[in-house]
Every structure is written in structure tokens, then in C-alpha cells.
Design a protein around this ligand. Structure first.
Ligand SMILES: Cc1cc2nc3c(=O)[nH]c(=O)nc-3n(C[C@H](O)[C@H](O)[C@H](O)COP(=O)(O)O)c2cc1C
Length: 367
């Protein structure tokens, strides 16, 4: 049912939405439209990082998106940093994801899993008392929400170079598990100040070995992880997410354009199917136009887009697809609402990270 024709009679579809709602070929996958549901943590998982069964309803309600990217999903026990976030490193988790993926597929959707290791953005409470790991022992200075309230984050332990192949293997195994659960592909979470991003940017990576220093050394670990995941899924089922200018989680880099141009070129050479760039439409130093020129595959932009801005970005050739975050939380039928130029439901921030069904599966679709 996920075609423009099924969403509305052609005469009802406003001319300016025709491109955003037109089908798109992503590698060997046919997407019903060019709208991506952005990855969003919803903190509703069950104990032991098992995804909540109601996530099957949540994601399948949104299966009219051309592509769904799941919330960030931990690749290992070491990768966790937030309460009630799901994992993909135990058989119980894989079985629960399988039911969610089956329901999305049965509803006509396509779904990639976002592979996530938070690195330093964790706390010993999540790690059986162990310190979080990071490229370098630098505390981002933030706070973490735990079962007993907000706590200051601790200074992480710098990873020994000899430990790094083990984390690459954790990513590989997580990708194998995602494949076993039936996902159409995976997105590497290289954005927003988590482990891959911590290695990439020089504000969080001050290593002096082969994983630090030059831009190419800082990109080494992210590229090793990408290759491992490509081994599992094939390059045409692997995407990578970056947020080159985001300061979230205490991130900075002395030259974001140079750093992310290099990473983009290398990812392009590896032939991954898409690059997903968080580059808010309202920002003054947007880098996505330059990065687009360096990437051969499908380009996705995200950050504050609405219907008009998304359509304009596609028309101008600035991007192939547009990802929507908060609008997809509040509007399970966002493509249909765009097609009909209907009013949108407003997202309720109070239930972004808590609330079981409330704020999750109870946003109304159009009659
Ligand atoms: C509730 C919430 C949870 C999020 N969790 C993730 C996440 O797990 N992984 C990720 O890459 N980005 C995450 N983000 C960022 C979104 O993917 C997106 O970049 C952001 O919402 C901006 O897009 P928008 O303006 O369309 O909402 C989250 C955003 C929200 C609102």
C-alpha cells in the first residue's frame, strides 16, 4: 500500500509533493517514496535490552515511510548508555526484533537497524561498575539519566589498541544478528558524539597511535567497522550517519569540513549505499552541499525539515532522500499527510523517552 497512488487520489496530491513522494531505488531496494523515518531512541525496551513488543505496532504504523531507520540499538553490553534502550547482542533480542521486522515487512515497509556503541556517553551503572570506554580519557562533562536520577558522567578509560579488533568484531556480530532478525540493512551510528564519532573528531580523540592524530588515522576505526559490517550485509545494504557540525555530547573538531570530507570519500570508495548527514536546515555553516559532491551513493539529509524545505532540497538536487525525526513520532501517516497537505499532529516531548503506548503508538492517523 506504500505507493503514492495508495496514499491519495492523484488529483489530491499537490504538485509540489510529487517528487518527495515518488518512488526511489536505494541500491537493490525499491522505496515507496523519498522520506526516511530518522533513527529515534524511545526508551521503552524491556529488561536485558529486549525490544518492547509494542514497537512492532509503532514501526509498522510508520511503514509508509520509504525507509525506516530504527532507534539506536546497542551492539554489545559495553555499548549501552541509556535506560531502556534495546540491543542486538543476545538471542532473546534477535527473536524480539524478528517479530518487529516481520510486522513492518507485512505492512509493506523497509527497515534498517541503527548499530550503536555510545563509547564515553555511558556510566558505570550501566556497565556492572566498569568505566565507559573511549578513544581518549576525556570526560564530555555531561550528565546521564539513570534509574536513580541524573548523575555526572565519569572520565572514560582510553581503549588499548589491542582491544579495538574486539569491538570491530562486536559490530560484525551485531550486523549478523540484524541479518538473522530479517532487517533490510544497517545504519552505522557515526553521529551525535558516540563511539564512532568520538574516534573521528579531534576534540575527543587525542590518541598518538594508528587510531589518532591525522584525519586518516582518526577515520581508521570507523572504516574498519564499516568494512566488517559490509562483509555481513554487502555494501548496498549499509548506510552511515554523521553529524559533522553538531556540538551535542561535548563534541568538537578543529576542521569539520576536512575531517568529514575525508571520511565521506573513503565511505564512498567502500561503496556503501547511503550517507545520512544530520545538517540542520537552519544552520549557518552547513557542510552537506560539499559532502554531497564527494559521495557517489544515495545522500540523505536531516535536521528540521518540513514538507516545503524537503521538496525544495530534492528539487535543487541537494539530496536524494530526506529524513524526518520528530514529525514521524507525532504523525504515523506522515507521507499521507504531506500528500494531502493535511495538518500535522504536534509531538509531545514529555513522552519522547517514556510512556509505553502513550506518545508511542497512540498518535492518531487521518481517518
Ligand atoms: C526522541 C529522539 C530520539 C533520538 N534518538 C536518536 C538515535 O537513537 N539515533 C540517532 O542517530 N539520532 C537520534 N535522534 C536524532 C534524530 O534522528 C534527528 O536527527 C533529529 O530529531 C532532527 O530531525 P528532525 O528535525 O526531523 O526531528 C533522536 C531525536 C529525537 C527527537
Amino acid at each position: 500500500m506504500s505507493t503514492q497512488a495508495a496514499l491519495a487520489r492523484p488529483s489530491e496530491v499537490h504538485a509540489s509533493t510529487r517528487k518527495l513522494l515518488s518512488p526511489y531505488r536505494l541500491g537493490d531496494l525499491e522505496l515507496a517514496n523519498r522520506m526516511v523515518m530518522a533513527p529515534m531512541t524511545r526508551s521503552r525496551a524491556l529488561p536485558h535490552g529486549v525490544p518492547n513488543p509494542i514497537a512492532a505496532t509503532y514501526y509498522s504504523q510508520r511503514a509508509d515511510a520509504g525507509l525506516i531507520v530504527t532507534e539506536g540499538v546497542q551492539i554489545s553490553r559495553q555499548g549501552i548508555g541509556y535506560s531502556r534502550t534495546p540491543g542486538i547482542h543476545s538471542q532473546e533480542q534477535v527473536a524480539a526484533w524478528r517479530r518487529i521486522v516481520d510486522e513492518v515487512h507485512a505492512t509493506g515497509g523497509k527497515i534498517f537497524l541503527q548499530l550503536w556503541h555510545v563509547g564515553r556517553i555511558s556510566h558505570p551503572v550501566f556497565l556492572d561498575g566498569e568505566l565507559p570506554v573511549a578513544p581518549s580519557a576525556i570526560n564530555d562533562g555531561g550528565e546521564v539519566f539513570t534509574a536513580t536520577g541524573m548523575q555526572k558522567r565519569v572520565t572514560p578509560r582510553a581503549l588499548d589498541a589491542a582491544e579495538i579488533p574486539g569491538i570491530v568484531e562486536d559490530f560484525r556480530k551485531a550486523a549478523m544478528n540484524a541479518k538473522a532478525a530479517g532487517f533490510d540493512g544497517v545504519e552505522l551510528h557515526g553521529a551525535n558524539g558516540y563511539l564512532l564519532d568520538q574516534f573521528t573528531r579531534d576534540g575527543s580523540n587525542t590518541r598518538t597511535d594508528q587510531y589518532g592524530g591525522s584525519i586518516s588515522n582518526r577515520a581508521q576505526f570507523p572504516l574498519e567497522v564499516t568494512k566488517a559490517v559490509i562483509d555481513v550485509f554487502g555494501a548496498n545494504r549499509v548506510g552511515y550517519r554523521i553529524s559533522p557540525t553538531a556540538a551535542f555530547n561535548g563534541m568538537e573538531d578543529s576542521n569539520p569540513l576536512a575531517t568529514f570530507s575525508y571520511l565521506t570519500e573513503q565511505l564512498s570508495q567502500l561503496g556503501i549505499v547511503y550517507l545520512h548527514v544530520v545538517d540542520p536546515i537552519t544552520g549557518d555553516n552547513r557542510v552537506s552541499p560539499q559532502l554531497r559532491k564527494k559521495f557517489r551513493g544515495t545522500f540523505i539529509v536531516n535536521g528540521g525539515f518540513d514538507l516545503a524545505k524537503a521538496e525544495a532540497a530534492i528539487e535543487a538536487g541537494d539530496t536524494d532522500l530526506v529524513a524526518f525525526g520528530a514529525p514521524f513520532i507525532a504523525n504515523p501517516d506522515l507521507p499521507k499527510r504531506f500528500a494531502l497537505r493535511s495538518k500535522l499532529n504536534a509531538p509531545d516531548q514529555a513522552t519522547f523517552y517514556q510512556g509505553e503506548e502513550k506518545g508511542f503508538t497512540d498518535y492518531p492517523a487521518l481517518a
